[in-house]
Design a binder for this molecule. Structure first.
Ligand code: FPP
Length: 247
């Protein structure tokens, strides 16, 4: 990669929160006549590198879609491969989070995961909670609609115990019941591999996000590609529903 001059990079508007739909592991493997599992392993290495790259560019929050509520429909062996990778990742990540001062958390319904994976998630989340570097969030058994349903259940339990009345409900209040209650909304959502959809990823939180789609397959996504996405973001005029500032 040709080195970008630091002055050029300093002109970019850096999004505080970037969320990524990591797509294309299977196609990356197929192109190389490798099993799909090799694509997922390569994708997992890309995750590690992109965390470092994101932080070096000044991004504070990075959220990745690692396993959706729909991914259980994949073959038993592919689900097992992905779970093994995530298991390994969570274990190694404890060491990396110490070294990089990275805070790691998971969003999604983790109750369906195996006990050992759940335990490593709880340990990693607890041990890295006070780190002040990149806030890295893994969406695992995550679905946006499922998250909203779970939020409603928690809300109704509080309603039943008299903590609030219907008129107290606001957008801010509902946000506090979501898995992302302590994170800012994503400024930029990236999807790799050429698909142009959000696939149930952060539907509430991405209401005003800029969306960037690239044909690059996830294992090939690197710092240069991340900078391209940020350049796109830098050129956007974010209005959040107000009138245009361009004439
Ligand atoms: C989509 O590619 C990717 C996934 C369903 C899983 C993403 C998982 C990883 C990158 C590895 C583990 C994650 C972490 C956080 C360590 P696809 O299989 O749908 O690709 P295809 O559309 O080309 O078949």
């Amino acid at each position: 990669m040709a080195k970008r001059k630091s002055e050029e990079l300093s002109e970019l508007k850096i999004p505080a929160h970037v969320a990524i739909i990591m797509d294309g592991n299977g196609r990356w493997a197929k192109k190389r006549l490798l099993p799909r599992s090799a694509g997922h392993s390569a994708g997992s290495r890309t995750v590690e590198q992109i965390c470092d790259d994101a932080w070096s560019l000044g991004i504070k929050y990075l959220t990745v879609y690692a396993f959706s509520t729909e991914n259980w429909k994949r073959s038993e062996s592919e689900v097992a491969t992905l779970m093994d990778l995530l298991r390994k990742y969570m274990k190694n990540c404890l060491e990396r989070s110490r070294k990089n001062n990275m805070r790691v958390r998971v969003i999604g319904d983790i109750t369906r995961l195996d006990d050992d994976l759940r335990e490593s998630i709880v340990t990693l989340t607890r041990e890295s909670a006070s780190n002040t570097g990149l806030c890295f969030t893994v969406a695992l058994n995550y679905g946006g609609r499922d998250e909203i349903v779970r939020a409603f259940r928690k809300m109704l339990a509080d309603y039943d115990s008299g903590r609030f009345v219907a008129d107290d409900i606001t957008e801010e209040m509902l946000s506090e019941y979501l898995d992302t209650y302590d994170m800012p909304d994503p400024d930029l959502v990236i999807r790799t591999s050429g698909e142009i959809r959000l696939s149930n990823f952060l539907p509430w939180q991405s209401a005003y996000s800029e969306l960037y789609f690239t044909d690059v397959l996830w294992p090939d996504f690197d710092k240069k590609e991340l900078i391209k996405a940020i350049e796109y973001y830098s050129g956007r005029d974010r209005r959040f529903g107000s009138e245009t500032s361009k004439n």
